[in-house]
Design a protein around this ligand. Structure first.
Ligand SMILES: [Zn+2]
Length: 235
């Protein structure tokens, strides 16, 4: 990891760097797909010592997506995207912003307007303790969601895949394999983001039903089946 960080300092700005304009445009696409009613969505730029290229602060009425321009975050993003194909890059950006929006939808849903999906029982039990922490920080208006809760991260990954399946179906396989590689490589020191055991068709369908409840665009059965095939065969 140290060598990699050193390398990123030498490489400097990458062609795949995320810009604030791209983040704004992609956020707009995601907002129109999922109709985040009654929630103010804002995009800002920060530089913080955190490996995540994107961070989200979510409360029921306010969703702030932050582009982190620190060297480490840019390096991680460059590693995740790592393609010269602009349409592949757009699919990966779409995934990432839909993931962040997932945190905002959860914050809104926890107000009780819609029912949260009961994802795999194993995940529910693995997440129960941190979930109450999450709820309490949300009330305290201080939460930067994204690093504490495995349920939230898994839901957000599934929503990201849901979005890719709807908007960039031709790149679903690519996004999935990059996501899995990224999650697995951090699994040992980041359990919260270790969503891969729960990325399956049944959970994707539950997220789709959630989206339907919130009046967002849901997937056809055919799309879900196709995504399910990829989810089952990916390693
Ligand atoms: Zn997250």
């Amino acid at each position: 990891m140290f060598f990699e960080m050193l390398l990123s300092a030498v490489v400097g700005l990458n062609a795949t760097d995320l810009t604030i304009d791209t983040v704004r445009a992609q956020t707009q696409n995601v907002v129109s797909a999922y109709e985040v009613r009654g929630m103010k969505v804002q995009v800002t730029q920060i530089e913080v010592d955190n490996p995540s290229p994107l961070l989200t602060r979510a409360s029921p009425n306010q969703c702030t997506i932050m582009l982190n321009t620190s060297n480490t975050a840019r390096f991680i993003w460059g590693k995740f995207v790592d393609t010269k194909d602009v349409s592949e890059e757009a699919a990966l950006q779409g995934f990432a912003l839909a993931h962040e929006m997932g945190h905002c939808l959860l914050a809104k849903a926890r107000r009780g307007e819609v029912e949260l999906p009961q994802l795999s029982a194993q995940l529910q039990s693995a997440s129960s303790s941190s979930q109450s922490f999450m709820v309490s920080t949300l009330i305290g208006r201080k939460s930067v969601s994204g690093s504490e809760n495995r349920y939230d991260e898994t839901f957000s990954d599934l929503l990201g895949l849901h979005y890719v399946s709807m908007k960039h179906p031709e790149h679903f396989q690519l996004v999935l394999s990059k996501l899995k590689a990224a999650r697995e490589s951090f699994a040992s020191n980041d359990q919260a983001h270790h969503s891969t055991p729960f990325l399956n068709q049944a959970n994707l369908r539950l997220v789709d039903q959630f989206v339907e409840q919130t009046q967002g665009k849901s997937l056809s059965d055919e799309r879900i089946a196709k995504a399910g095939m990829h989810l089952a065969s990916a390693r």
